[in-house]
Design a protein around this ligand. Structure first.
Ligand SMILES: Cc1cc2nc3c(=O)[nH]c(=O)nc-3n(C[C@H](O)[C@H](O)[C@H](O)COP(=O)(O)OP(=O)(O)OC[C@H]3O[C@@H](n4cnc5c(N)ncnc54)[C@H](O)[C@@H]3O)c2cc1C
Ligand code: FES
Length: 274
């Protein structure tokens, strides 16, 4: 794995869905090196921000040397990033951490809550390229905040919104139920699905609870964890996540993509949403 601090150039800025910004940067070494689910630490120049900010590579294209990032504005760092114009330089550290394990031949079901969808453009592309059947379950507060399905070519996209403005009226986790019973039956026969998830911790906990009630093995579920991060490279211990067997793992090194059976979900805290 090659990790570098590198000045990249912003070549495109757009609004992929309401409340989100997409920055496309040109940096061929990063575009060639990144695996879906890995992240970069982006340097931000906003006043009183010292630490870099972690962002998943939403997608990458080695042929054009481009990497895309999709994010929402929650504070000073993301506000600064959202104002980068075409032609401005962006300092990337990465790619960092472990991406998803994508090989396999079982159907893949991806589930994203809110900005968790950001990581799935590259994941879906890589799964489809492996010839896997892909279902993408996407949840948002309202219709305008859903990533358009044409950004996820090859996937069967199902949606859920909190306000019922598109798709299922309620949590995106409700949409997995229809995948679980056959999975359980299929698992016994050697079939089943692989589940890939990213979203707020309460959403992940609700999904894990449902999986356990359906006796779905947590080893068949991979999650992209989101914890606060300082260094991004294993030295500050700021990204600790509780391990099932006790102690902690480091999200920046052991993750962010981990098998769900490695985490103690009862001790996992939502550090962002109160
Ligand atoms: C591995 C990893 C990958 C990530 N990938 C993405 C991504 O692809 N797209 C994306 O939009 N975000 C992503 N994030 C979250 C992103 O790093 C934070 O939103 C960002 O660091 C916030 O920086 P800031 O300076 O704008 O806000 P800060 O000033 O650091 O925080 C401002 C406020 O926002 C809250 N906040 C901070 N982070 C989050 C969060 N993740 N969710 C909700 N509230 C938050 C803080 O608690 C605080 O109240 C990722 C995080 C990790 C660990
Ligand atoms: S972010 Fe510093 S150890 Fe993980």
């Amino acid at each position: 794995m090659s990790v570098a601090i590198a000045p990249a150039v912003v070549v495109e800025r757009s609004v992929p869905m309401a409340g989100a910004v997409e920055l496309v940067v040109y940096h061929p070494p990063s575009a060639a090196a990144v695996n879906p689910g890995q992240f970069f630490q982006l340097a931000v120049g906003a006043p009183r921000t010292i630490l870099r900010r972690p962002y998943s590579a939403a997608w990458s294209d080695a042929a054009s040397g481009r990497v895309g990032f999709i994010f929402n504005v929650v504070g000073a760092g993301s506000a600064w990033l959202s104002q980068r114009d075409e032609g401005s330089e962006l300092d990337l550290l990465g790619p960092l951490g472990r991406g998803f394990e994508l090989d396999g031949d079982r159907p893949a079901v991806c589930i994203a809550g809110g900005l968790g969808i950001a990581v799935f453009l590259g994941v879906v592309q890589a799964l489809v390229a492996r010839g896997r059947k892909v279902t993408m379950l996407q949840g948002a507060r309202m219709s305008a905040q859903l990533l358009p399905a044409d950004r996820l070519p090859g996937a069967d996209v199902r949606t859920a919104t909190d306000d019922g403005s598109r798709g299922h009226h309620g949590s995106v986790v409700d949409l997995i139920s229809s995948h679980f019973p056959p999975t359980f039956t299929g698992e016994r026969q050697g079939g089943g699905i692989d589940l890939f998830a990213c979203g707020p911790t309460p959403m992940l906990q609700s999904m894990i609870g449902l999986a356990q009630r359906h006796a779905v093995p947590l080893s068949s579920i991979q999650v992209a964890l989101e914890t606060p991060m300082g260094c991004g490279v294993g030295t500050c211990l700021g990204c600790a996540a509780p391990r099932r067997e006790g102690g902690y793992l480091l999200t920046c090194q052991d993750g962010p993509c981990v098998r769900a059976d490695r985490i103690d979900w009862d001790r996992m805290e939502d550090q962002f949403h109160g």
